[in-house]
Design a protein around this ligand. Structure first.
Ligand SMILES: Cc1cc2nc3c(=O)[nH]c(=O)nc-3n(C[C@H](O)[C@H](O)[C@H](O)COP(=O)(O)OP(=O)(O)OC[C@H]3O[C@@H](n4cnc5c(N)ncnc54)[C@H](O)[C@@H]3O)c2cc1C
Length: 386
């Protein structure tokens, strides 16, 4: 393995790969990605539902999406590798005035930020779009036609291939075990494949970022939280062109996947842990919520052994922590995406490359997402977390 690098990125998921791509594209070629697994994608990236949307509740989240979604659209032309972007939209469905007011406020914020493809939906528009929904209590919703899904594994691979073409190195089977500092800041990364001298380190270790940050003596407020997904067997009673549909009354959501559909729900009983075992009792919970909104699911078949679990990487305000770590020159953070790391990976790569190489970025107001916001009481809560 190389013994020195200009930048060492810890974690070879979609976020680390995107940062490596943007750094090398900007001319910083001696970039090393350290990944502890034998191949990429074994963290959250390979477990993701692949949803991408601009329908968020804060300006900074919306801006991250306004950069990222066109990036996914143009990915294959620019990167020579497919992103799997399918602009089938996100349909958010409200059954009470509070939720509808919330969607309207978010819509206004999205439009003000420059989103042109979102719209307010009446109940009849919703029924026309997904006729299988039980609609007696639906009062309206919002839809954005450029939202949709990507193939996270393919995006990660595309970023990595181009980064390597541009000079980066990916080292697998390399668990980071230490971060050494000297009087000038970070100095060296220790790993199971040897030590690498470097003056710039990026922690992009997903749900494990808190553990990695501890190696540098930093307390990072990123907690792992299990999320489970249940695919159905082939099912043709819902259109394969349907949008990602979110029932705000319960949080149940689904999208077409392969010949069937993929169902999800954030179980409020879930407590922070690194548990990634799929709990078979979840099938009944998600199906009960699903059938109540989508009665046709009574007829669906599910094979629990095809379902899986992975980890969200939660922060207290559901925004990522991006940029320099305080008091540790050369240490940068890119984690805590709170379930949005796939959709925000293109913007994150650009923001981190800008901050590392230029100390500033014009993509977002990076101060909003810095580490110090927690201690300084500047948290801005993202509430559109599904
Ligand atoms: C069920 C589920 C559904 C999701 N749905 C969506 C969605 O619809 N849309 C969306 O945008 N996001 C979604 N997410 C979230 C998304 O998957 C993550 O935010 C994203 O993958 C984070 O990417 P990452 O590269 O930061 O982390 P990861 O993909 O987890 O990569 C981190 C890497 O760091 C490595 N690593 C950890 N510790 C070390 C170490 N000490 N040394 C070296 N390497 C190390 C790991 O092996 C891993 O490969 C979902 C997540 C789950 C679990």
């Amino acid at each position: 393995m190389v013994s020195s690098a200009d930048v060492v990125i810890i974690g070879g998921g979609i976020v680390g790969s995107s940062i490596a791509y943007q750094l090398t594209k900007a001319g910083c070629r001696n970039v090393l990605i350290l990944e502890r697994e034998s191949h990429q994608g074994k963290g959250s990236t390979g477990k993701s539902m692949g949803g991408v949307r601009a329908q968020f509740s804060t300006d900074v989240s919306i801006r991250m999406s306004l950069f990222s979604i066109p990036f996914f659209r143009d990915f294959e032309a620019v990167m020579g590798h497919p992103s799997g972007y399918r602009p089938q939209g996100y349909l958010l469905v409200a059954t009470n005035d509070r939720h509808m007011g919330y969607l309207r406020a978010n819509y206004n914020r999205q439009v003000a930020a420059g989103l042109k493809t979102a719209r307010i939906m009446k109940t009849e528009d919703i029924v026309a779009m997904v006729p299988q929904l039980r609609s007696d209590d639906i009062i309206g919703g919002t839809f954005c036609s450029t939202d949709g899904f990507v193939d996270p594994y393919s995006v990660m691979t595309g970023f990595t291939l181009r980064a390597v073409d541009q000079g980066a190195t990916l080292q697998t089977d390399a668990t980071v075990t230490g971060i050494v500092r000297d009087s000038n800041g970070v100095a060296c990364v220790q790993s199971t494949q040897g030590s690498i001298a470097t003056r710039t380190i990026v922690i992009a270790a997903g749900a494990w970022s808190g553990q990695v940050a501890k190696l540098a003596g930093l307390d990072l407020p990123v907690e792992p939280l299990r999320r489970m997904l249940v695919p159905t067997e082939p099912f043709d009673k819902i259109s394969h062109g349907a949008p990602m549909t979110v029932d705000l009354s319960t949080g149940f959501h689904f999208r077409p996947e392969g010949l069937g559909i993929l169902m999800a729900w954030a179980d409020p009983q879930e407590k922070p842990s690194f548990n990634t075992n799929f709990d078979r009792s979840f099938v009944e919970k998600v199906l009960t919520l699903g059938v109540s909104r989508l009665p046709v699911l009574e007829e669906v078949a599910v094979n629990p052994s095809r379902a899986w679990a992975g980890l969200y990487e939660m922060t207290p305000d559901h925004h990522p922590i991006l940029g320099p770590a305080p008091g540790m020159p050369g240490l940068f953070l890119a984690s805590g995406f709170s379930g949005h790391g796939v959709m925000h990976s293109p913007a994150t790569g650009k923001v981190l490359a800008d901050l590392i190489l230029k100390g500033t970025t014009d993509l977002i107001d990076a101060r909003l997402l810095d580490y110090n916001r927690f201690a300084e009481g500047r948290m801005i809560d993202e509430t559109a977390v599904f």
